[in-house]
Design a protein around this ligand. Sequence first.
Ligand SMILES: Nc1ncnc2c1ncn2[C@@H]1O[C@H](COP(=O)(O)OP(=O)(O)OP(=O)(O)O)[C@@H](O)[C@H]1O
Ligand SMILES: [Mg+2]
Length: 273
Amino acid sequence: MKRDEAVPEILAALVPPGERDRLGPAWTTAVARVRLLESQLEQSEKMAGLGRLAAGIVHEVNNPLVAVTMYADSLFSKWGLGNGDPADLEKIAAIREAGLRIQKLTRELAAYASPSAGKTVPLDLAPLLEQAALICKPALKEVDAVLVRDFDEVPQVSGSRSALTQAFIDLLTNAAQAIRRGGTIRLGLHAAEGQVRVTVADDGEGMTTEVQQHLFEPFFTTRPGRGVGLGLATVKQIVERHDATVTIESTAGQGTRVTVALPIRGPAAPPGR
Ligand SMILES: Nc1ncnc2c1ncn2[C@@H]1O[C@H](COP(=O)(O)OP(=O)(O)OP(=O)(O)O)[C@@H](O)[C@H]1O
Ligand SMILES: [Mg+2]
């Protein structure tokens, strides 16, 4: 590629062509950096646009949907008392199911499209994990999951409480869906190498390497009809916005361990800044 090809506008304005040769490799590096920043900016603008679109859709879809599920509920209760044709009752149950499914899709779409909702604050992860576990209680109970905590005292991280809670809810839900009845989920909290690490490990069905290759793709699911396939894609978005990483180790038939590593919060800025 020629050095002057597609020079980002801002650099072209700042550095005259004659000066560029004098800068040599520093110029090439600067061009590459600015190009990267431009593409990141473009990506985040796209995501912000997608977020607004999703929020709009969620809003518009949810109101009529509440009517659908509410009336289906009320007809189901009325006809369930022996007043109706069992075939009709089945249809009403199907309408209700379909409504709830669309609700799940819109909720997950909103979480995926704007996971950064909520301001960045200093966070203790132990209570945040407890909160996520509490929200997942019904899903854990459904499969009689044994939830084992292994929490160290760890430093604070910085992040969005709502987004990180959402991420751990997604991971705990996946674990609950993967285990056999009475299976074990281990929730770990440790600190090492400047990071706080949260692990969610289950002794469930695990994944093949083929499945592992697609995990973070939006709408990838091996549970069609039940899963939307946005859980891990959302986790990835959230994690990236926290300068964190997510890694998944899994063996088919044995279980899965997901590790989210967040940077330890730096020293607080002095007051007035
Ligand atoms: N702990 C786990 N054990 C086994 N498989 C898992 C685990 N977590 C995720 N998976 C696999 O990864 C796929 C994608 O997970 P993801 O959370 O993104 O979507 P989903 O759970 O299928 O649907 P959703 O989360 O939108 O309800 C799942 O369908 C499943 O095959
Ligand atoms: Mg999921």
